[in-house]
Design a protein around this ligand. Sequence first.
Ligand SMILES: Cc1ncc(COP(=O)(O)O)c(C=O)c1O
Length: 394
Amino acid sequence: MIEKEGVPQKELLEVLEKKLSKDYEYYKGNILGSMCTSAHTFGREVYCKYVNKNLGDPGLFPGTSELEEEVVKEIGELFHGENIMGSFTTGGSEANLIAVRIAKELRPEVEEPEVVLPVSAHMSFDKAADLLGITLRKARLLSNFQLDEAHYRSLINDNTVGAVAVAGTTSLGLVDPIEEIGKMIQDKDIFFHIDAAFGGFVLPFLEKTGEGLPVPKWDFHVEQVDSITADPHKMGMNVIPSGGIFLRNEQIIQKTGFEIPYLAGGNFKHLHIVGTRPGGPVISFWALMHHLGMNGFKKVVNRCMENTQYLSEQIKTIEGINLATNPLMNIVGITTHDGQSICELDKELRMQNWMLGKFEDFNLIRIVLMPHITKIHLSKFVGDLKKVVKKLEL
Ligand SMILES: Cc1ncc(COP(=O)(O)O)c(C=O)c1O
């Protein structure tokens, strides 16, 4: 019940501290299975300063709107595009939903629209299909978790309005064969969307270091690619909520956007599911990108990759479990040696307060080596992992 008379702020802050002490904290290191991390302090500072900006009515906030255009173009250049259009979103799910809707809108003549995608694609596409009345055709994976290209090709037909590939799968951080898929749909009227919600702010910095596994072409470099999802609130270390949809064709917003007729700032068209939307995360990411620069991001990614390497090597030494695949990005997958279910392993580790990602379909546990994770956290985790594997006799 809301009190009749307001409660003093100090008292409320104390209550909040107590209530929120139940929450997990990134710095403690037991959040091992999330793609989010503690937002960069400078980004947080900028965000708090500009928390009132509303991009749902851009005519009232032309300065914020210009910054969004600028940061979208810059991210587009990072992804090897020119004059890329787009917008910040609430996250990867909204960006993917927007992309699937565009694919459908561009082909109104197709009565039963279908989208082809790998079975490893994020479940935001299932949500999008449900909301938009689209059928998903899911291509299976090979035993090494890579996409079965032949199966993907076989699913393309006259009803296909969209093709999706992932640059940084949710389960293992793998990149689909995007150039090959581009060739499959060449000269077909199919909208090609890349989900780089996670990989968008890892791959450009891996590429430049020249270390690790070779990074396949995944972005606007591939001429058939029409749009990309990339989330600043994942490896971009920006505040939540911030995703992004990036579009090659500048006509798309005019062609497929919703016209909003009543706003105080004047009419405009947009692609969003939401109306009112925060400008703060756009401004904070603009500031963060310029503050960190290419070298700042590379440093962060390098450190995450060092930790990835360390954890992978450790897992290889534990009998009973396997590394699911050689990591390309900062995601490590653990499977059991003889195909035994990973559920018990996940349960036991969870009881010891390790918060991991569990993918039952692929029988693997996922660890995302985000910037908040240190070697000290990892060596503690490896110690517990060894004990649990022994206890379960895997
Ligand atoms: C590849 C991929 N796409 C989309 C999403 C959805 O992003 P969000 O949770 O920001 O909506 C995720 C989330 O983990 C993801 O891994």
